[in-house]
Design a protein around this ligand. Structure first.
Ligand code: ATP
Length: 320
């Protein structure tokens, strides 16, 4: 069996570890993996199409980003483009496709599956917003990067008795904000999934100041509000010295954590195992501590539940 492999959507730390695991697990069983560069964009012109072997994926397990590079290719949503890509893959003798990316990328894979290719998706996005898997590759690293930044900003917040508003990534989801805010002991965490009241946040900031608290950290998910606007408003309403930091793309890069490398390694190997078992049209999920196949229909059917209890806990622990 010839397998094609690509990374698509936003890059996530750990994608390389997944590539390595796919190539080496496949090699172990005598299967050949062909890499395609720049996601579905590369698939349209055969960019970087080449066999990958044991050596091609040496020394990458610890590297952020993706050696196959990634891209967004909106034109791949068109049926005629999908027909063309499926025909090209068949011409190359490719029977199966493994895509490492987010649920948008899996829709591209599903379109090729409808055209006769076998497809397996490996969930990789720092946002952890894919339904059907408790964890995605890259989330743990992004959370650790954000938590580390919060630690550093806490030092300066304490020294200067300031309020720090820190904006983290997550697109429309608040998972990075919640996890990094919990780990960083934030006073307030603003996420798109939960309502917040700025007046109450300001009241709590002033109460904390009265109790002798020298600093405050507010973590804002990019999908919840603009940290800039929040910072200005807080300063205006409380008179407290306020600074804003937007972590931005810092959260995407960097060496993956051990947890992400292990998850990526297990998921990459599982993708090949699933193909060998005859599975098709599934995502490799991490469900209650186990790696298992999740049908794409299920992945596309729901929205991940926000852990409201953990959110409440963070809120309670910061009350005076
Ligand atoms: P991330 O969560 O990191 O953004 P993602 O995979 O969800 O990752 P998208 O930008 O949604 O990112 O999708 C990546 C690529 O997948 C798109 O640029 C496009 O090539 C392909 N794709 C997305 N949605 C579809 C669709 N409905 N049909 C076919 N292809 C799609």
């Amino acid at each position: 069996m010839k397998i094609a492999l690509l990374t698509s959507g936003g890059d996530a730390p750990g994608m390389n570890a997944a590539i390595r695991a796919v190539v080496r697990r496949a090699g172990y069983y005598g299967l050949t993996v062909y890499g395609i560069e720049r996601g579905f964009a590369g698939l349209l012109n055969g960019e970087g199409f080449r066999p990958l072997n044991h050596r091609s994926v040496a020394d990458i397990i610890h590297r952020g980003g993706t050696i196959l590079r990634t891209a967004r290719a909106p034109e791949f949503c068109r049926a005629s483009v999908q027909d063309q890509a499926a025909a090209w893959l068949r011409e190359q003798g490719i029977e199966a496709l493994i895509v490492i990316g987010g649920d948008g990328s899996f829709r591209g894979g599903a379109a090729l599956q409808e055209r006769g290719l076998r497809f397996i998706g490996i969930p990789a996005t720092i946002d952890n917003d894919i339904y059907g898997t408790d964890l995605t590759i890259g989330f743990d690293t992004a959370v650790n990067t954000a938590a580390d930044a919060i630690n550093r900003l806490r030092d300066t917040a304490t020294s200067h008795e300031r309020v720090f508003v820190i904006e983290v990534m997550g697109r429309c989801a608040g998972f990075i904000a919640l996890a990094s805010g919990l780990a960083g002991g934030a006073e307030s965490i603003l996420v798109p999934e939960m309502e917040f009241n700025l007046e109450e946040i300001c009241r709590r900031l002033l109460a904390a100041k009265e109790h002798g608290r020298s600093h405050s950290i507010i973590v804002v998910a990019e999908g919840a509000a603009s940290a800039m606007k929040m910072g200005e408003e807080i300063k205006k309403r409380t008179g407290l010295e306020t600074r804003v930091t937007i972590l931005g793309h810092l959260q995407r890069g960097g060496t993956p954590t051990a947890a992400d490398r292990i998850l990526a390694t297990q998921m990459g190997a599982a993708a090949v195992d699933l193909l060998r078992r005859g599975e098709n049209g599934v995502m490799v999920g991490y469900v209650k501590g186990r790696i298992e196949p999740v049908p794409l229909a299920e992945v596309f059917s729901g929205e991940k539940t926000f852990p409201a209890e953990a959110y409440e806990l963070a809120h309670i622990l910061s009350l005076y």
